[in-house]
Design a protein around this ligand. Structure first.
Ligand code: BG6
Ligand code: MG
Length: 220
């Protein structure tokens, strides 16, 4: 029986994934690292450090930076990201999300956030949706980032539910992999091929319908 919804934030609840990518691309440019178009899907969902390591790998520069230098590069990216999201309002909620959250709440289903982003609490406040969630899993407290299952397991535990009682929502291949590794039902939002490991895939959040999702979950 469906009892909980676990949401990724960037690219699922809000239109913020583009700002992360923009800030990473700006850093790559400053470091003279050429990021291929495929890097966007790869970077999505990864923790701050995993993203930086991936970016440096693309430039074959992974070994060239000390931990202190990496910390300063991550702080630089985060300053840029925070400047980009400073004026974020509830308008940045993706289409269909407000209805989905309201329908799930009305049906008595609990919700939690399973984002890799340390900025998640701030963004949820800016979006005006923080009160919908019984918990926000802390990405700094999990052992491994997505695609490992840890953050989805932590969000599920915050709700006190079992893996077969929840649906996870993701826009990133690493995130879908994390949901499936946690033994949960995965809804992918985006490209069919990129997110093929998900149980259901919709092209955009506008196609998310609570009633249909519940039906598909129960039929699984
Ligand atoms: C994820 C984003 O939600 O959070 C990634 O998809 C981002 O792009 C990651 O790198 C970490 O975010 P933050 O805010 O902790 O740097
Ligand atoms: Mg995402």
């Amino acid at each position: 029986m469906l009892k909980g919804l676990l949401f990724d934030l960037d690219g699922v609840l809000a239109d913020t994934a583009q700002y992360h990518l923009l800030a990473w691309r700006e850093l790559a440019e400053r470091l003279n690292i050429d990021l291929p178009a495929a890097a966007d899907a790869d970077l999505r969902g990864r923790s701050r450090l995993d993203s930086l390591n991936l970016l440096l790998q693309y430039g074959h520069e992974l070994e060239q930076f000390s931990a202190a230098e990496k910390a300063s590069l991550m702080a630089e990216k985060n300053r840029h990201y925070q400047a980009l999201v400073k004026r974020l309002t509830p308008q940045a909620l993706l289409p269909g999300i407000a209805d989905l959250l309201a329908a799930a709440q009305a049906d008595g289903v609990m919700m939690a956030v399973a984002s890799s982003s340390q900025n998640a609490p701030l963004i949820l406040d800016q979006l005006g949706i923080a009160d919908y969630f019984a918990g926000v899993a802390d990405p700094t407290k999990v052992h491994q980032g997505k695609p490992a299952p840890d953050i989805y397991q932590a969000a599920q535990a915050l709700l006190g539910l079992d893996a077969d009682e929840v649906i996870g929502f993701e826009d990133a291949p690493a995130g879908v992999a994390a949901i499936k590794a946690a033994g949960q039902f995965a809804v992918g939002i985006g490209d069919d091929w990129v997110l093929r490991a998900a149980d259901i895939i919709v092209p955009t959040t506008a196609e998310l319908n609570y009633g249909q999702l519940k039906q598909a979950f129960n039929a699984d």
